[in-house]
Design a protein around this ligand. Structure first.
Ligand code: TRP
Length: 331
């Protein structure tokens, strides 16, 4: 039997090429080998959003994200694609697992400490329980493999500890989930220094038009040591070169020599990159706009995904409740 993969992503709206190269492409290729469950974790998003204004963009973000996922090749025939809050069993499991999760483990999580610093006025209980909810996501489906970025490794380590503790207290119930790190290197944003992110506005959206893509690339930072075209460049530290490598690895091999010897200028190099990205994304963008015109279909994908996920979730919950002696005799 195929092993099961689970991964979750917060609904951040339109995805950018960093998300695509770092996560989505990996999700797509795992579909060939595993039984995949991919979840848009809207409840997790609520740990950092608050109030009417905070949540007002949630539905739109879920829509944009599922459009990007489907356009990129996540296939509802092969994978279960769903929204976290539509399978509420996860919150039940979260509560049950919280009973055997020591507070000390949660307080030591690096992302919790960061969030406390970032939002000192909103240090909510959900923030502390974030890794327990994430563990619940994974083990509700008894997933064994979890594709994640490096930043999620502490969460996954904790998930395994939570699982080990539960299994030792109540008997073997859940497999210990293993992280599967994405091969793709971190994609640096158009500012040339930080990871590509929507928040930093240094990104290129998957759904951007060809013109927008070219325009954003033209304004990107390149090698700061290269002020004139005649200055030799340093491709190894240039974000534009790294994007060439990510999109056209074969063609990119010729660039370093031309850049170091100043044969190619940054403007030309960027123009080429824009062409490459636009060519690579054209089919995805076409599928995306088709899907955007079929909202009933997209809704049905998510409703069907939730139904299939829930069928698995119910079985797990029943088993957990039996082990915790929460099932009344004869029911
Ligand atoms: N914490 C993950 C992130 O911020 C999102 C997430 C929630 C997740 N549940 C998950 C990832 C389960 C993998 C598996 O990116």
């Amino acid at each position: 039997m195929k092993k099961r993969v689970f991964s979750g992503a917060r609904p951040t709206g339109r995805q950018h090429i960093g998300n695509y190269l770092g996560a989505i492409q990996n999700y797509v290729s795992l579909q060939a080998e595993y039984e995949c469950v991919y979840c848009i974790v809207d409840i997790h998003a609520l740990t950092t959003l608050q109030g009417i204004e905070g949540v007002q963009g949630l539905q739109q973000n879920v829509q944009e994200m599922i459009l990007d996922w489907l356009a990129a090749g996540l296939d509802p025939q092969k994978s279960i694609l769903f929204v976290q809050s539509e399978v509420p069993e996860v919150t039940e499991l979260h509560t049950l697992l919280s009973m055997s999760t020591p507070l000390g483990w949660l307080m030591r999580v690096p992302t919790f400490k960061e969030k406390v610093k970032m939002q000192p006025d909103n240090v909510n209980y959900g923030l502390l329980g974030y890794p327990v909810l994430m563990t619940s996501d994974i083990v509700l489906y008894k997933a064994e493999v979890v594709p994640v970025g490096e930043d999620q490794l502490p969460h996954l380590e904790l998930a395994r500890e939570i699982v080990r503790r539960f299994n030792s207290l109540y008997g073997d119930t859940f497999p210990e989930p293993q992280p599967k790190l994405t091969q793709a290197p971190m994609i640096v944003g158009l500012d040339g220094t930080q990871k590509m992110s929507k928040q930093l506005n240094n990104h290129i959206e998957l759904a951007a038009t060809a013109e927008e893509t070219a325009q954003r690339i033209m304004t990107a930072y390149t090698d700061p040591a290269r002020k004139r075209k005649s200055d030799p460049g340093h491709p190894e530290t240039c974000n534009i070169f790294h994007l060439h490598e990510a999109f056209e690895p074969v063609k990119a091999k010729g660039i370093p020599a031309e850049c170091r010897s100043a044969k190619i200028g940054c403007v030309e190099c960027k123009r080429l990159l824009a062409q490459e990205i636009n060519a690579a994304l054209a089919p995805l963008r076409e599928r995306r706009s088709e899907l955007a015109g079929k909202p009933e279909y997209v809704n049905e994908v998510l409703s069907d995904g939730a139904r299939r996920a829930q069928a698995i979730a119910r079985k797990t919950i029943r088993e957990v409740k039996e082990r915790m002696n929460l099932v009344r005799k004869g029911t």
